[in-house]
Design a protein. Structure first.
Lengths: 107, 107
DNA sequence: TACATAAATTAGAACTTGATAATATAATGT
DNA sequence: ACATTATATTATCAAGTTCTAATTTATGTA
């Protein structure tokens, strides 16, 4: 069966909501390259400290990312390697111009 | 590069929002088995007519599904086959109990 | 100890989303 | 033409989300 059972739909929808935001999805993409601390993410995204912190908190509560304190900094990283695949699929859907070569090769 | 370029992040986040809801994700999953008309989806999901219609409308505007009128009925179907892959990844993440066998075989 | 830096928390306003109920439109059968 | 069935639209209200500004907590350092 190629579907999500009813019992898990709620969790999956909640998980999607956790990344269904420009800034949060941007953070997820940055973290694909490895762990980053909050200041680095502020730099990378241009978000305000408070705003970013709140989004990171939400992503952490939703199980998208984990954090680890190293001295004065808090480093965030992707919690589940499946998110690499998720981003890959999103790229297929929303960056068609980047994926045309592959798509054409399949025909 | 395994990431979504900034220029497409907004679209991707918006697309995610279009399915980041229990009912809409449920509809998407039902449509994986083929086109369905509104009444069938009402049956399948238990949603009210008006509510479902509004969610279908949103998913259509966001490019997740297409519709086609056949006589008195309107049939909806998935707009992009990549959504099969998206659901597959979601299953890996949010239905771990269903995927354990595969995961263990990989070790 | 006092100060600086990193990050989290809180409160509140503005905006968005989702559900319901009521109404409208469109196709079909009598 | 009239009733019936299928779907869409509109208005409204409650609930949820997001941003900003201010405050707090924790860590490292002079």
């Amino acid at each position: 069966m190629h579907t999500i059972p009813e019992s898990n739909i709620k969790d999956a929808a909640q998980g999607l909501r956790a990344i269904a935001h420009e800034l949060r999805l941007g953070v997820l993409c940055h973290l694909l390259n490895g762990p980053m601390c909050v200041n680095e993410l502020i730099e990378a995204t241009g978000a305000s400290q408070s705003n970013l912190s709140q989004h990171l908190s939400k992503m952490r509560l939703m199980g998208i990312i984990n954090n680890e304190k190293r001295g004065q900094q808090v480093y965030y990283e992707i919690a589940n390697p499946e998110f690499f695949n998720l981003v890959h699929v999103l790229k297929q859907i929303y960056c068609p111009e980047m994926c045309q070569a592959v798509t054409e090769a399949e025909h």
